[in-house]
Design a protein around this ligand. Sequence first.
Ligand code: PBG
Length: 329
Amino acid sequence: MSSFPDVRLRRFRRTGSLRGLVRETRLDLQSFVMPLFVAPEPLVDEALPAMSRFTVDGLLREVEGLVRLGVSAVILFGIPEEKDEQATGAWEDDGIVQRALRALRPEFPELVLLTDVCLCEYTSHGHCGVIVDGEVHNDQSLELLARTAVSHAEAGADVVAPSDMMDGRVAAIREALDDRDFESMPILAYSAKYASAFYGPFREAAGSAPAFGDRRGYQMDPANAREALRECELDLEEGADAIMIKPALPYLDVIRAAREAFDVPIGAYNVSGEYAMVKAAARSGWLDERQAALESLTAIKRAGADLVLSYWTKDLASWVGSSPVPGTG
Ligand code: PBG
């Protein structure tokens, strides 16, 4: 074994090009997904631009810009006109996400359209399932989640991503999709979704904070990693095509563990709080946003994520520079 002075690791660190030659992890825009909020009324968020809401028309213009920048995938979240106990806005044929999909699909045939399948933005109480006797009822929520996924598929989604954390939702969604001849529709399951404090800005943007209680009765305990692997395994057994860990930065160990345990595509959700922390620190002059964002996204990929949902996707597109996706827009 040779070592110093024969070995000098600084030799390959001398210049940017030398570092580039031996870089182990790269940020490829094609593996990033931009989250977008569609609502009846627009709402510009100056402090956190990625948390802005678009009308369907506004969304078309925003997506046109994203596609021109080279972004190849978006995930849609809807804010309905009205909320009710049955989350009607989540699954009805002319729900806000369904209308957005029908508008986007023909305009951007090659753009990957993912949808978040959950009830919390659509229920009057803000929980991710239906309430029976004061509790989120698992099995009664499955039917509505499956109906939501099918309606997204019918409206033109490419991938459905259930984020509700009900037991058995992946199987219920797979069965409902197959019954309607959507056997080619992939499911990206939010398998290990933690009951996290880092969803704050999202809940504000989506208007989905629970009216009572919290989500700890269905989302995962932040203290558990082995349980995350069980969640991933069960989702895969139920038919998930890809799994996701969420949030990303506080759970890099879970991403790494899932990477080592499963040979399936792994997603990571770099959530709103992770984005907001850097934004806030940058505004105070404490951090350089671009450097901190690039380092964060690199860390998520280095931990083992194949695809990353991030509010920085649009910025990343302009930071890394890239040619537009051919044949779109
Ligand atoms: C819906 C959903 C949430 C997020 C994604 N899908 C909110 C939640 O579970 O409270 C959070 C995303 C983010 O914070 O960026 N269930």
